[in-house]
Design a protein around this ligand. Structure first.
Ligand SMILES: [Zn+2]
Length: 318
């Protein structure tokens, strides 16, 4: 799922292309995409884009009259930019309202937002359609979609510590919980924990003050470092290569490959729909987390999700 660095780069690319432009039409072909009925989507047509904003892992397009389009890409949703082509000579195949606009082809194509400058095409790979569009009104409407995670890049270390210790979770779960922290998911939580040299399964309320401070700094280093890097890579182009598995990541998606710090093969903890990657030497004093006690604990009841794993571990250690 695109996380804070990817969403930031999407927003910067969109600002350059649609800020001040008029949204002429929205073409939706996926019946599952739009999750709100009021205000109607049709009321967005003809309005100018006044601002863009990130809300957790969502992209918010602010139009005139306090109208907001809120896009949640989920795991496989991606955005693509098609500049408006100059009007072609009229003939049968290119005339009509959508002349010069990209086709939205299901099942991959979900929708197209047609601006005066070009079209923002929204696609989603795979058969599970999870991406969502909400149309809301004003700050109150936006707030209703805010999971409430702390914005770590603007939070003080005291605010961060208070939020981290507000519940006793494994670090992996705490960092990727959108109700606790904003914009972090499975990929960057792996990278942050490697940077901080902390175990993904350490319990938050057992951490030492020094560990918490290192974690706070690791989050800032990882998120700003990757945002800078992705900005440099996109080099002013629209970001078309958004993926959770980036070349240059230290541990995420790098099972069995050498840790860039100590060369130990990266390990993983698997659950049904995902996995967590870590370096045993750097992060867990050499311990293999999916080994021995944990696998005994989990053998009969392998967790289906990170939440279940979190629950099993906090019960076991209390
Ligand atoms: Zn290492």
């Amino acid at each position: 799922m695109p996380e804070l660095p990817d969403i930031t780069i999407y927003l910067e690319a969109l600002e350059k292309r649609i800020l001040g432009q008029t949204l002429e039409a929205v073409r939706i072909v996926s019946p599952f995409l739009l999750r709100t009925a009021d205000p109607p989507l049709a009321s967005a047509a003809g309005k100018k884009v006044l601002q863009l904003r990130r809300l957790g892992k969502r992209i918010c397009i602010g139009l005139e009259d306090e109208l907001w389009l809120v896009l949640h890409l989920m795991i496989a949703g991606r955005l693509h930019w098609h500049p408006l082509k100059p009007a072609p000579r009229p003939n049968l195949s290119t005339s009509g309202a959508n002349a010069g606009r990209p086709k939205v082809s299901p099942p991959r194509g979900l929708a197209s937002f047609d601006f005066s400058s070009g079209s923002l095409l929204w696609t989603e790979a795979g058969s599970k359609k999870r991406a969502s569009l909400h149309v809301v009104s004003g700050v109150t409407g936006l707030r209703s979609l805010d999971p409430g995670g702390l914005e770590i890049l603007t939070a003080t270390s005291e605010q961060f510590t208070a939020r981290l210790l507000s519940a006793n979770h494994t670090l992996k779960r705490a960092l990727s919980d959108p109700h606790l922290f904003s914009g972090i998911g499975n990929a960057y939580s792996d990278e942050i924990l490697w940077e901080a040299k902390l175990s993904p399964l350490a319990l938050t309320q057992r951490l030492q003050a020094l560990d918490i401070q290192r974690l706070y700094e690791a989050i800032r280093i990882t998120l700003t470092g990757w945002t800078d890097r992705l900005r440099a890579e996109s080099a002013g182009q629209f970001p078309e290569k958004v993926t959770a598995f980036r070349q240059g990541m230290a541990v995420h998606g790098r099972y069995k490959q050498p840790c860039p710090r100590c060369s130990t093969p990266i390990q993983r903890i698997r659950y049904a729909d995902n996995e967590t990657n870590y370096c045993p030497t750097c992060q867990t004093s050499g311990k293999l987390l999916a080994d021995r006690a944990l696998s005994r604990l989990l053998r009969e009841d392998w967790p289906r999700s990170l939440d279940e794993l979190d629950l099993l571990i906090s019960q076991k250690r209390q």
